[in-house]
Design a protein around this ligand. Structure first.
Ligand code: NAP
Length: 539
């Protein structure tokens, strides 16, 4: 197990790609190990998701106090959240505060998009090349590039021809955008589209929503947090984070111990009603324990939410269009909303179901469907991301023998515990495919600590190379597959099942997401570490 390297030392001990929530914390931890680290960040500022997604209405869907970093007591003591679900500007301020507080900026190189990363066996290092052609080497390469960071535009003729303003929600301009007096189109009704639509509808002269698949949305019930409430929250931080460690997906909410048919119809209706009136994801992940696995149970909660939609939307024909017909409640990510359905009662808002009248092309002045030509001042693309693997596909990663990661993953990602890829030594993934997602920062903190412990172990033992084994990957992929068995979400097209109609080759379902519990995920990873990483190849 002992390495004798007589090659020149790499420029850095570690290069981290991305200065979002993962990259910032990873940098802080590696500094703690005394490592020389460089973070390359494509944006002009830190913050990752919260830097890029500055579209109107962007905010948390997890309670703010369950979302922030938990690793620093001092940070918890000094930061006040002002809303139960923090809006994007506040979150970006928070992450900038973190960068300043821990003096992170001096190791972060902004405006630096990584184009390629090639493994060099003789030096046991990664050569990382930026888009501007400059490069640097490092012993370890850590990706902190996010599961939802590669935006995708629709593959529709004429996108470039539009003469008005247009942008993807994840590439929103840094200057304020005024909708007053303007005719706005929004394409897409996922979690992003829903947040955008609610906000744009407030001031736009007209808002036309182009919906392909309606989603089951549920009320967010956001509210302000005053000083007194914040100090009560601060008191309960230990309980909040303990609970997040115990629940299935690290949210404050977790499934009810009862099954749907354990209770009477009246009790069930009252429980659904209670959840519909509560904050956050409770109705999705704190519901009866079988709604996401038993079609009959799922049909009941779907029917409940459909009735809510019908009661909130005045025009019955519009209400029917907004009710999903091809998937049950919670089998795709549930967008949380604030008066989303009421938007469709406004005279300035129109819903176009593009399954009935497909978009044929984007024109210089607007959008042409099979039925009509629309004129717009602005088109907003809330069309989502090439999730989980897209950000990897956009970098030319090459491992042992020059093997391309994109080719290796052509039929679907393969990882060991979501953090290592066989044949790509010393590459460690934060929040890559097959890690526990859920309440993302909780998973980030776990991934970062695991990677940090691994690098500490390697240093203490004079090791300079680590790789996954084919057997380890095979076993982990089986675990991932087994965890997904029986989930209704597996039968449905969404980014959960790796579908993106706008990306060549991503029209078939594949498992890129670990859908078991976060505690089970952590237990498995802890086991690997406790056994001194014997399931991996170290030298
Ligand atoms: P998404 O859920 O993938 O939704 C994309 C939307 O665009 C869908 O309605 C999709 O329709 C539509 N679309 C895509 N291509 C289209 C085309 N060519 N023509 C017409 N419509 C098209 O993406 P997202 O809304 O950006 O959300 C992605 C994820 O980001 C969420 O699931 C969530 O995990 C995360 N997110 C989190 C928050 C938060 O925490 N607060 C907020 C926003 C997003 P189809 O459904 O028919 O494909």
């Amino acid at each position: 197990m002992v390495a004798q390297q007589r090659t020149p030392a790499p420029d850095f001990d570690a290069i981290v790609i991305g200065a979002g929530m993962s990259g910032l914390f990873q940098l802080h931890r590696l500094r703690g190990l005394g490592m020389k680290v460089r973070v390359f960040e494509a944006g002009t500022g830190v913050g990752g998701t919260w830097y890029w997604n500055r579209y109107p209405g962007a905010r948390f869907d997890s309670e703010s106090y369950s979302y922030g970093y938990s690793f620093s007591k001092e940070l918890l003591e000094e930061w006040d959240w002002t809303e139960h679900f923090s809006p994007q500007p506040e979150t970006l301020r928070y992450l900038n505060h973190v960068a300043d507080k821990f003096d992170l900026r001096r190791d972060i190189q902004l405006r630096s998009r990584v184009a390629a990363a090639h493994w060099h066996e003789e030096t046991r290092s990664w050569l990382v090349t930026l888009e501007d052609g400059s490069s640097a080497t490092a012993r370890f390469l850590i990706t902190a590039i996010g599961p939802l960071s590669a935006p995708t535009m629709p593959r529709v003729e004429g996108v470039e021809s539009f003469k008005g303003q247009s942008c993807h929600t994840a590439r929103w301009p840094h200057e304020p955008v005024n909708f007053e007096g303007k005719r706005i189109a929004v394409i897409g009704t996922g979690a992003t589209g829903v947040q955008t639509i609610q906000e744009v509808a407030k001031t736009a002269k007209s808002l036309t929503v182009f919906q392909r698949t309606p989603n089951w949305c549920a009320p967010l019930h956001n509210g302000k947090i005053d000083k007194a409430e914040m100090s009560a929250i601060r008191e309960s931080y230990p309980d909040i984070f303990r609970r997040c460690q115990e629940t299935f997906a690290c949210f404050l909410h977790t499934a009810d111990p009862r099954a749907t048919f354990d209770v009477t119809a009246e009790e069930r209706e009252a429980f659904f009603e209670k959840l519909y009136g509560e904050r956050g994801f409770g109705i999705w992940v704190g519901n009866f324990n079988d709604i996401l696995t038993d079609p009959k149970a799922n049909a009941l909660i779907s029917d409940f939410v459909a009735r809510k939609i019908r009661s909130r939307v005045k025009d019955p024909a519009v209400a029917e269009k907004l009710i999903p017909k091809n998937h049950g409640f919670g089998t795709r990510r549930v967008p949380l909303e604030t008066r989303y359905y009421e938007v469709y009662n406004q005279p300035n808002v129109e819903l176009i179901d593009i399954t009935e009248t497909p978009i044929q092309r984007i024109t210089p002045t607007g959008i042409a469907t099979s039925a009509r030509e629309f004129e717009f001042d602005m088109i907003v693309y809330a069309t989502g991301f090439d999730a989980l693997t897209g950000a990897f596909d956009r970098i030319d990663f090459r491992g042992v023998g020059g093997r391309r990661l994109k080719e290796k993953w052509a039929e679907g990602a393969e990882t060991f515990v979501g953090m290592s890829v066989e044949g790509f030594p010393n590459l460690l993934l934060l929040l890559g495919p097959h890690t526990a997602l859920g309440n993302i920062p909780r998973s980030i903190e776990y991934n970062v600590e695991w990677v940090t412990d691994l690098l500490r172990f390697m240093r203490e033992h004079g090791l300079t190379r680590i790789d996954a084994t084919p057997e380890g990957v095979e076993a982990w992929m089986k675990t991932v597959l087994d965890a997904s068995v029986g989930l209704l979400s597996n039968e449905v097209n969404s980014w959960f099942t790796g579908i993106n109609t706008n990306v060549e080759g991503k029209q078939t379902r594949r498992i890129a997401r670990y859908s078991g519990s976060a505690p089970a995920y952590r237990a498995r990873c802890d086991e690997v570490a406790a056994a001194n990483y014997r399931e991996m190849v170290l030298s």
